[in-house]
Design a protein around this ligand. Structure first.
Ligand code: FES
Length: 248
């Protein structure tokens, strides 16, 4: 499969959102939902990040129409909204795939095979990092530490964790997703689609928040060791107040 770039980073030659593609699926209902997000905040501009997630859940990218409508709702200029959308890598300027694959290659994952996983995924999907397959099924991104180092090497599918990955497991995962099988993250959550995950990030729960454990066994290991040794955090009352010099 060859692919096109979904471009989440802002340091490429083209610079910004793809204004050559004016297509949008945002309708009156979408605008009403964007407005409902803004209504949750005392200052409407505080709603910009979840509104942009909703734009992605509808259009599969940050669309020019999404930028215009968001700007109007939160009372910012289109340039300001565009600046936010091109700053954060979680916002995609061209369509991401139905399933967005993130491979962590930060230190712990890299030491335990993250870069090998990335190479395997590039070969398997036939695309380079930062691209989406031509059939729109998958996009692939190198991601920074997911705060899941105790499960390294880690991959993400639509922001759900796939822990302790190997090239074989990653291969099977892609095959299962490609064939439309129901797939669960290693911590239990059902894998939906990137667009559906974006809708949750916009603040519209899908009722799956309690699928899987809230903290897995490796994450609780330190707590168990501390309990066995009677270790605990210092009582805040025993912590000396900072000196005037330290407070500066
Ligand atoms: S280095 Fe990969 S999750 Fe922390």
């Amino acid at each position: 499969m060859s692919g096109h770039e979904f471009q989440s980073h802002f340091d490429d030659a083209e610079g910004g959102v793809d204004f050559s593609d004016e297509s949008t699926l945002i309708d009156a209902n979408g605008i009403a939902e964007m407005q409902s997000i803004a209504d949750r905040y005392p200052h409407k501009r505080s709603a910009l990040l979840p509104i942009l997630h909703l734009v992605q859940s509808i259009d599969g990218r940050i669309s020019p129409a999404g930028i215009r409508i968001a700007a109007e709702i939160v009372g910012m200029s289109e340039a300001q909204v565009s600046g936010v959308a091109t700053f954060y890598t979680m916002y995609k300027r061209r369509p991401a795939g139905q399933h967005h694959i993130g491979v962590c290659t930060t230190t712990t994952c890299a030491v335990l095979g993250g870069d090998i996983l990335m190479s395997c995924m590039e070969r398997k999907l036939g695309i380079a990092e930062g691209q989406t397959t031509s059939d729109g099924k998958f996009s692939l991104e190198r991601v920074e530490c997911n705060a899941a180092c105790d499960y390294a090497p880690v991959m993400m599918v639509n922001w759900e964790f796939m822990d302790n990955m190997t090239p074989e497991k990653a291969d099977e995962l892609i095959d299962a997703l490609a064939s439309g099988q129901e797939v669960h993250a290693t911590r239990g959550a059902t894998i939906t689609s990137w667009k559906e995950a974006e809708r949750v990030l916009a603040g519209f729960p899908d009722g799956r928040a309690d699928e899987g454990p809230s903290a897995g066994d490796p994450s609780l290991h330190g707590l168990r060791v501390a309990q066995e040794h009677g270790w605990h955090a210092p009582d805040p009352a025993d912590i000396p107040a900072p000196t005037q010099e330290e407070s500066k």
